[in-house]
Design a protein around this ligand. Structure first.
Ligand code: 6PG
Length: 235
């Protein structure tokens, strides 16, 4: 049966982040109670920053949580565009300082060269991932599954057996490393965090059509493997 995304609307950013962070931590804590450890996949970009801050102050067994990114720009961690830098600055602190973080960027010169090592890092996380948090770009991308990218269909291939793939977007800067669609969907729960009217419009446009090549987020919204909850605020 197809998953129908459940839509949650909030009055403001603070309320959204409070509710979503509490829900995430409850699920992680439950996973730890059942399986001894938990995994959390977070996105980069600007939207999750206040959520990271809200998560970081919740007291739970963070030392049993394994965190990675849905995608990474192939830049140094010192670069302002590094998603790892954002996670380190806003999430891996306060109560959440003792988590196991496995970033996607490694020392290889290119993302393509870094694929193998990245795959090895990802294999250290418990799967299915307990929680995956995604965003949407105005072009309909999610993680670094970009419309028009040469390797998009490979990254969407549910039979690839590959966890991560280098990607060169045509609509955004930097080469990337992205989790593939089968890796993202090998999860127990996906949250789509959106903020503002523009993102709401992109989301509605995605629901209104079928072409995954045109808007890769559709591959997450229209599938039968994982529940998807959308958290949105206009603020
Ligand atoms: C990235 C992301 C990406 C992001 C969207 C939305 O590294 O760029 O993981 O998929 O979620 O581009 O980005 P914003 O939150 O900055 O709008």
């Amino acid at each position: 049966m197809k998953t129908v995304p459940e839509f949650h609307e909030f009055a403001d950013q603070q309320t959204l982040c409070q509710k979503l962070s509490q829900r995430i931590c409850a699920a992680l804590q439950e996973a730890i109670a059942v399986r001894g450890k938990a995994s959390l996949v977070v996105s980069g970009g600007s939207t999750p920053v206040p959520l990271f801050a809200a998560l970081s102050v919740i007291s739970m067994e963070w030392d049993s949580v394994f965190i990675t990114l849905a995608d990474e720009r192939w830049v140094e961690v010192s670069d302002k565009d590094s998603n790892e830098a954002s996670v380190r600055e806003h999430l891996l602190r306060n109560q959440a300082g003792e988590t196991h973080f496995h970033g996607l960027k490694n020392s290889h010169a290119s993302a393509v060269d870094g694929e193998k090592e990245c795959e090895e890092q990802l294999a250290l996380l418990p799967v299915p991932f307990d929680i995956v948090i995604l965003g949407i770009g105005s072009d309909g991308h999610t993680a670094s599954l970009f419309p028009g990218a040469a390797r998009l269909s490979d990254a969407l291939d549910m039979g690839s057996g590959t966890l991560c793939m280098a990607m060169t977007p045509v609509t955004a800067p930097h080469d990337r490393m992205t989790l593939t669609l089968p890796a993202l969907l090998n999860s127990r729960q996906i949250f789509l965090q959106l903020s503002g009217k523009e993102k709401r419009d992109v989301y509605e446009r995605a629901l209104g059509g079928d072409s995954v090549e045109e808007m890769p987020i559709r591959a997450v919204l229209d599938q039968d493997k994982v529940p998807v909850d959308v958290y949105w605020t206009s603020a």
